[in-house]
Design a protein around this ligand. Structure first.
Ligand SMILES: Cc1cc2nc3c(=O)[nH]c(=O)nc-3n(C[C@H](O)[C@H](O)[C@H](O)COP(=O)(O)O)c2cc1C
Length: 449
């Protein structure tokens, strides 16, 4: 696919307080109060908006293991503002950037999530997105009164029906259901409001949702699973797919495989934007960029590095010697796709456990590029033109400088090459991503039900 693409690179910002590098918050020029100081987060969201980014993304993990508290205490990842609450505040201090939050289908109810995201979509004038996850972190179970974490296959079965119910609820109100007719005294047209009456394996939800349609119809659905079930769920429901691919070949393989699943669900390639993670460390020269990364690596506390690797692999590794290659690990029920990427890297590079956590402490299995603005733009152009990405979810190592460097130095290069927008195309997240407007499927009205 080398012919010139008619569309432009989409960009998301993956925001973790302090930065995406596990020691990022320790950098002398890094913010370290984004876990509680709204102004800090608002400034970063506005910088991403100044860079004309499509979306601002918030991850979420609702569980912590007791044996991890020591290692966690070295990272700025254990207390942070609840994503949906934070997004509704950010909606008031931004105008065009999309606002995407993660919420799990394993430890939530569809009606509540549909309502919260639909409300943020109205508050933000059509800029909301939901990153649907199934919670690969088994520690989360301990906070929701269940004996054990659901198995991988069961988590995805629940996620599939959950997404169906949420979309059904988001389609409760026709676009023109609200009348607000002060003369007749009718606020909405009951013919244009629909009961869902969903009766499935896991959920029984009558509806309608008590929030009406937004300017973009309904929030954009994002997904980030990379296993077989993950890719199928993405092909069936997701309009944006985040993924972790360490190199171009992995990126191309994931892109081709996932897009090839769309026709099975009657969907076109343009109905989904695949945005792998990109971890840029930018310098005036490549050596300068590498020096910046080395400075951060110095700050990694071994226990925190090992913790992060254990979190991504979903298992305890403390019994393995640090300076020997990782032995073959038994199968498990956590994150399948990411585990595969990380263990393949360990094998291909014959890394010891220490070298592996030092590698993962940086980019968590995402593609990392250390270099000049031109070199970063070259890498992005290669993936975009070469069928490995429709855009990127950016993971700056530190905030604010990691993002400032990208917006001030890489964005102008991409614009000069005609690969990136010079102004927002629309008002809503969906318009800017170039995604189709979701029509309300015709159904029996509430009144005639
Ligand atoms: C960019 C990105 C962001 C993610 N964010 C979260 C998150 O915030 N919370 C979470 O529980 N899982 C998150 N995940 C994990 C995925 O939702 C999923 O569980 C993981 O990719 C494993 O899926 P698989 O078992 O289908 O491969 C993220 C994955 C990626 C690639």
């Amino acid at each position: 696919m080398t012919e010139k693409r008619k569309d432009k690179i989409r960009l998301g910002l993956f925001y973790w307080p302090g930065g995406n590098h596990v020691a990022g918050w320790r950098h002398p020029r890094a913010e370290d109060d984004g876990t509680f100081n709204f102004r800090t987060v608002a400034n970063i969201a506005r910088t991403a908006e100044r860079g004309l980014f499509d979306l601002f993304f918030l991850a979420d993990i609702v569980g912590l293991r007791p044996e991890q508290i020591e290692a966690q205490s070295m990272a700025a990842r254990s207390s942070y503002l609840e994503p949906l609450t934070l997004l509704s505040a950010l909606a008031a201090v931004t105008d065009r950037i999309g606002l995407v939050a993660t919420a799990t289908t394993t430890y939530n109810e569809p009606y509540h999530l549909a309502r919260k995201f639909a409300s943020i979509d109205l508050i933000s004038n059509g800029r909301a997105g939901w990153n649907l996850v199934t919670s690969h972190n088994q520690a989360e179970a301990a906070n929701f009164s269940v004996q054990s974490h659901m198995a991988h296959a069961d988590r995805y079965a629940r996620a599939r029906e959950f997404a169906e119910v949420v979309k059904g609820l988001w389609n409760s109100w026709d676009d023109d259901a609200l009348l607000r007719d002060k003369v007749s005294g009718r606020y909405f047209d009951p013919e244009k409001v629909h009961f869902l009456n969903h009766e499935g394996e896991l959920f029984k939800v009558r509806g309608p949702l008590n929030v009406s349609r937004s300017p973009q119809g309904h929030p954009v659905i994002v997904q980030a699973g990379s296993s077989g079930p993950g890719r199928d769920l993405a092909a069936e429901t997701a309009e944006v797919v985040f993924t972790a691919a360490e190199n171009y070949e992995q990126g191309r393989a994931f892109y081709a495989d996932t897009k090839a699943r769309l026709p099975r669900f009657g969907r076109a390639e343009s109905h989904m934007a695949i945005m792998p993670g990109l971890y840029p460390v930018i310098g005036g020269t490549e050596a300068e960029a590498r020096a910046k990364l080395a400075e951060l690596q110095e700050m990694v506390n071994p226990a925190t590095g090992l913790f992060l690797l254990q979190h991504l692999l979903g298992r305890d590794l403390s019994m393995y010697p640090l300076d020997e290659p990782l032995p073959g690990l038994p199968a498990h029920d956590g994150a399948q796709g990411r585990t595969e990427v990380i263990l393949r890297t360990a094998r291909e590079k014959n890394l010891t456990l220490r070298q592996l956590y030092q590698e993962v402490a940086v980019a968590r299995g995402h593609n990392m590029i250390c270099g000049t603005p031109e070199q970063v733009a070259d890498e992005m152009e290669k993936w975009f033109i070469g069928g490995a990405a429709d855009g990127f979810n950016l993971l700056p190592p530190c905030f604010p400088w990691g993002l400032d460097d990208f917006v001030d130095q890489v964005v102008p290069v991409l614009q000069r090459r005609g690969l990136y927008r010079t102004e927002y195309e629309g008002e809503t997240l969906r318009e800017n991503l170039g995604l189709p407007y979701p029509e309300v499927p015709h159904r029996q009205s509430a009144k005639s039900a």
